[in-house]
Design a protein around this ligand. Structure first.
Ligand code: NOJ
Length: 390
């Protein structure tokens, strides 16, 4: 099975999940709070703050063409209005390091974490949070913009709002639908201002939002509820992407909805370490939907599977790629696939239990060991396709 020339093949990470020691962020405080829902703190993570050259080497040597990573606002602006030249230089070296290895840097400007000083002022509920975020983007773009290949503003804002303000599993850990709606509005505004800010800097990287999407499947009687849930979680953001250069789709599973609510996994369907169904076809469904609703070119900026069975990962990506191929055959503009994740890393509330990595990381020595799926997917990347499993 082959993919077009220019189709992007990449792997993704995020600062807090791999760098270690991200102590000026709201997440660090949340992990250490009495009664935290987190199974364990992030600690040293994968020590990628120091070991990033090894990560880039792996990504490039395996055969990938792009590396998606995030820059950490709380390191770059550790106190309000105080900018760390050293942190910006650090991320500039990573961008340079990508270019030197033939990797296109795909940079995320907000991946779940915010500086503690912002959290103390109300986080995304602070009246000027969108402006503060845009100011950060402008600073960061001024320092890195000429090297950035793709710019992602806010990672999964819908997850930030849902997990933080309804399910209480992310900071600030509250349960309040009304606050969620206000935060949705703030995140939409933050995204719009960030697009402007990123476009004002040097460079001309395409700018877009990356959205968590699921294939909502209604069972008889569940149609209205499925539409409502999907609208609230996805369309509110897809409708805010007008004028962007692309939309990033991040899909991991389907969600079945009955008349009384969301249903758990269907008996007989395998379940991942995350507790949801292993359902790779959800990527195809959401790519089609994102393209139709937004009218923009689509990139799959994340998909992957938390599993201890690496063979299941190969089967998963094979089915994902078959779906992407069907989209291309139907003329859907999908420009690439970025696998979550390069490394086994800190999976937020679930700590280091779920393993999404193409590469295993020894938790004591930080040694990186590519799994068979890393070589398999890297070969597909190198050749623009090949034999898919199953
Ligand atoms: C989406 C998030 O962007 C990422 O941080 C997370 O680790 C993966 N999904 C897997 O749950």
């Amino acid at each position: 099975m082959s993919f077009p020339d220019g189709f992007l093949w990449g792997t993704a990470t995020a600062a807090h999940q791999i760098e270690g020691g991200n102590a000026t962020s709201d997440w660090w405080e949340f992990e250490h709070r009495p009664g935290t829902p987190c199974l364990e703190p992030s600690g040293d993570a994968c020590d990628s703050w120091h070991r990033w050259p090894e990560d880039l080497d792996l990504c490039a040597v395996l055969g990938f063409g792009t590396y998606r990573f995030s820059i950490e606002w709380s390191r770059i602006e550790p106190a309000e209005g105080e900018w760390s030249r050293a942190a910006l230089d650090h991320y500039r070296r990573i961008c340079d390091g990508c270019r030197e290895r033939g990797l296109v840097p795909m940079v995320t400007f907000h991946h779940f974490t915010s500086p503690r000083w912002l959290a103390e002022r109300g986080g995304w509920e602070a009246p000027d949070a969108p402006e503060r975020f845009a100011r950060f983007c402008q600073r960061a773009a001024a320092a890195l913009g000429d090297l950035v290949g793709w710019a992602c503003t806010i990672n999964e804002p819908n997850v930030v709002a849902l997990m933080g303000y309804v399910l209480g599993a992310f900071p600030p850990g509250v349960h309040d639908q009304d606050r969620r709606r206000r935060v949705d509005d703030a995140l939409v505004r933050g995204h719009r201002l960030a697009v402007e800010a990123l476009r004002s800097g040097p460079g001309s990287a395409p700018v877009g939002l990356t959205l968590s999407m699921s294939d909502y499947q209604a069972l008889p009687g569940g149609e209205a509820l499925a539409d409502r849930l999907r609208h609230q979680s996805e369309d509110v953001y897809l409708q805010a992407t007008g004028g962007d250069d692309f939309v990033g789709v991040q899909t991991y599973t389907r969600i079945r909805v009955g008349p009384d609510g969301m249903l758990g996994p269907e008996p007989g369907v395998p379940v991942t370490q995350m507790g949801y169904e292993l359902w790779p076809e959800a990527v195809e469904a959401t790519v089609r939907r994102a393209a139709a609703v937004s009218g923009l070119p689509v990139l799959v900026t994340e998909t992957g599977v938390g599993t201890a069975e690496d063979g299941d990962r190969i089967a998963y990506f094979s089915r994902v790629l078959q779906g992407v191929r069907r989209c291309l055959d139907d003329g859907v503009d999908v420009g690439g696939l970025v696998a979550w994740s390069l490394l086994d890393n800190f999976e937020w509330t679930l700590g280091y239990q779920p393993t999404f990595g193409l590469v295993a990381v020894d938790r004591r020595t930080f040694e990186r060991r590519p799994k068979p799926s890393a070589h398999w997917l890297g070969e597909l990347a190198r050749h623009g396709g090949g034999d898919l499993a199953g």
